[in-house]
Write a protein that binds this ligand. Structure first.
Ligand code: HEC
Ligand code: HEC
Length: 308
């Protein structure tokens, strides 16, 4: 088969993306994105250890497996993943990047109470939730090799952090509420201008040789309605700091909110906690202006779900 121009463009962007990842992984400050001078990672003084320092003993094997699961989840945690995403798609640079919910910002904060399920969660339970919602899959049972390896990776990466103190750069940045209420049409223009080239005109992403080159933003292969990224505040913060890839912090806050609204104003797989009615499910789990589940956007009521 002759490669189509789109495949060529895809390949070019793959190269650009890899290059970007290599730059993020490099310790040299000169290679850091423009925001590095004020980057919370630097302000916190915490640098996660280099991959090259993963030990070569049994513990090291678990850490290395955890890293593989994190960056190629569908392959290394097969059976627990129901979409085309990997953990790394939302936790950039293999879970190391500040302001991209890095693992070193998360691990020291557990066990923690979560209003999402009304009890104190262990880190392993937190990971289970990622599989159910962000990965639209199944939670690996507690003690499963997949969870043990991910815990090992996060524990190793967080060595030297204080327990229970949120380091700067943890989570996604919290943007101030936008001056104008987020808007679908404005979000669509931002999407066409700054996102569609990589993520596709219909947010479907791009695959090459059965692997995800650009992850889908909505539709059957993306995160489901129960995921954290479904919240406009999470999505706007992630997008502002990290997108367009390699040009983080170039969008205005308003653009980030608008494009988050446009992205989450589309259908995606049903919330696995679905109660039988969109209204009831909204009341139980999505009762916030930051969720568009059950809202009418662009003439359609959201929350029907789409099948894989
Ligand atoms: C679609 C994007 C997306 C994907 C894919 C994803 N996550 Fe997340 N993750 C998020 C968001 C958004 C949050 C913050 C959620 C919240 O505050 O409710 C989060 C939070 C977390 C946290 C807690 C962070 C903290 O600071 O408390 C951990 C740990 C985590 N994810 C691990 C994973 C793992 C492991 C995978 C793969 C199995 C994964 N995530 C896949 C978006 C994603
Ligand atoms: C140059 C290509 C490129 C552009 C342009 C781009 N992205 Fe991304 N985006 C990516 C890649 C690659 C990832 C996964 C990052 C990784 O795995 O390291 C990603 C991840 C994401 C994710 C998390 C994963 C998912 O599928 O939900 C969201 C949300 C996202 N991008 C939104 C946007 C938005 C909104 C824009 C426009 C403002 C945008 N992106 C522009 C390449 C791009």
């Amino acid at each position: 088969m002759k490669p189509s121009p789109w495949m060529m463009i895809g390949a070019l962007f793959l190269l650009a993306a890899c290059n970007q990842k290599a730059q993020q992984a490099a310790p040299s400050v000169a290679n850091e994105p423009a925001a590095a001078a004020t980057s919370p990672k630097h302000a916190s003084g915490f640098e996660p250890p280099a991959d090259s320092s993963i030990p070569s003993d049994d513990f090291g094997k678990q850490i290395a497996l955890g890293r593989q699961i994190f960056i190629d989840t569908g392959r290394y945690a097969k059976g627990y993943v129901g979409n085309q995403l990997s953990c790394e798609n939302c936790h950039l640079d293999a879970g190391r990047l500040a302001q991209s919910a890095p693992l070193w910002g998360a691990y020291p904060m557990y066990p923690a109470y979560r209003s999402k399920n009304h009890h104190v969660n262990t880190f392993a339970e937190r990971l289970q939730g990622c599989f159910q919602y962000s990965m639209n899959g199944k939670a690996p049972p507690l003690g499963d090799d997949v969870l043990v390896a991910l815990e090992a990776y996060a524990y190793w990466m967080s060595k030297g952090e204080s327990i229970g103190v949120a380091p700067l750069g943890h989570g996604y940045p919290k943007l101030p509420k936008p001056a104008q209420a987020p808007d679908y049409a404005r979000g669509e223009s931002v999407f066409k201008r700054d996102c569609a080239l990589c993520h596709g005109d219909n947010g479907q992403g791009q695959q090459a040789a059965g692997r995800t080159v650009f992850p889908p933003l909505w539709g059957p292969q993306s995160f489901n309605w129960g995921a954290g990224m479904e919240r406009l505040d999470n999505a706007a913060g992630f997008i502002k700091a990290n997108m367009p890839l390699s040009r983080g912090n170039t969008l205005t806050d308003q653009d980030a909110w608008d494009v988050a609204y446009f992205m989450n104003g589309h259908e995606r797989p049903q919330d696995p906690r679905f109660h039988g009615s969109i209204e009831e499910t909204r009341k139980a789990y999505h009762d916030t202006p930051d969720s568009l589940y059950g809202a009418t956007v662009n003439g359609k009521t959201l929350g029907e779900g789409v099948l894989k």
